[in-house]
Ligand binder design. Structure first.
Ligand code: CUA
Length: 342
């Protein structure tokens, strides 16, 4: 039984360090994550050398000086050993001094913001989603961060609620988001593709569901994406989409009080995510589910069930007031409208 338990622990440890896991910090795709993984590995292996040497010495001494049967040997009584004490003071000092060189240089590197970043993104932590604003490009979006490949990106972090932490395991380690006190980091991704991000500071009951995606684009794809994000929202022609649009903009549903839809005079809210191009995002509800009609309906029907404690569920009129509750056909129309916002 014990063997099975220890084998399964070893197995879990090995699996958790696997290479193809989306959140593995060992599988790096940018200079910051690489340097952090390098720091981890040198400190880990240096620590292993110390561990093995100390444990080997303990085991050796334990057997060499153990009490033997029928022996009257007495332990030597003495006080202190100057040579040994100097040695075990100096060795850790040398060890820490050596390790501090790459550590301090990394801290300096991470803390020195690029002078000419290719892109600046203002990241705002909400409960429980991320807002991404590109101040120089006049774009605001949510939960899916696009960046160009191989370029330095400056990230300004802020929150007006609680602590969050911004973490893209394969691209850069965590940086805390401190309410009303800006924090900065810079990132760079060296391969195009989709990367997983996660809030890494406990921020409330749906903290674990506060995820995001990072899409690393080629320069051309990034420019195309930005141009598209700048366009005003699609205005539907299809009857079902039109019905959803009418519900969305109605005072009864009140969606526009919290959500912005660029080009609309009624949807100007800033409390929830900007939905101008929500249909073009791959995921919903901050990266926790695929952006499909069915998922979108479930989300609109009962957001509190999918993400407990979110503001839409606790403050949206259609969820608080039973007289205003959305009917199934209204939910279908709304989902169809939102998905049309490519
Ligand atoms: Cu935001 Cu945890």
């Amino acid at each position: 039984m014990k063997k099975i338990i220890s084998l399964s622990i070893v197995f879990l440890l090995i699996v958790s360090c696997g290479k193809d896991l989306p959140m593995s910090t060992f599988d790096t795709y940018g200079p910051i994550a690489e340097e952090q993984a390098f720091l981890f590995s040198i400190i880990f292996w240096a620590g292993m050398v110390v561990l093995v040497a100390v444990e080997a010495a303990i085991i050796y001494i334990y057997f060499k000086y153990r009490r033997r049967k029928n022996s009257n040997r007495k332990a030597a009584q003495f006080h202190g050993n100057t040579k040994l004490e100097i040695l075990w003071t100096i060795l850790p000092v040398v060890f820490l001094a050596v390790v501090s060189v790459p550590v301090l240089s990394a801290i300096w590197n991470f803390g020195t913001m690029p002078e000419n970043p290719a892109v600046v993104v203002n990241v705002k932590g909400h409960q429980y989603w991320f807002e991404f604003e590109y101040p120089d490009l006049d774009v605001v979006t949510a939960n899916e961060l696009h960046i160009p490949v191989g370029k330095q990106v400056l990230i300004n972090l802020d929150s007006n609620n609680v602590l969050h932490s911004f973490w893209i395991p394969k691209i850069a380690g965590k940086t805390d988001i401190i309410p009303n006190q800006g924090n900065q980091m810079w990132i760079q991704a060296d391969h195009t593709g989709l990367y997983y991000g996660q809030c890494a500071e406990f921020c409330g009951e749906s903290h674990a569901l506060m995820r995001f995606k990072v899409i690393v684009d080629t320069d051309e794809d990034f420019a195309t994406w930005i141009d598209h994000q700048k366009t005003e929202a699609y205005v539907p022609n299809d009857p079902l989409e039109k019905e959803g649009y009418t519900i969305f903009m109605s005072a009864k549903a009140g969606c526009g009080g919290c959500h912005m839809i660029n080009g609309s005079k009624k949807a100007k809210g800033k409390i929830g995510p900007n939905l101008t191009h929500v249909g073009s995002r791959q995921h919903l509800a901050s990266g926790i589910m695929e952006n499909t009609q069915d998922n979108l309906r479930q989300w609109i029907k009962d957001p509190g069930k999918i993400k407990p404690g979110n503001i839409m569920a606790s403050q949206g009129a259609v969820y608080m007031d039973p007289n205003k509750a959305l009917t199934d056909s209204e939910v279908i129309a709304l989902a169809s409208y939102l998905q049309s916002l490519k």
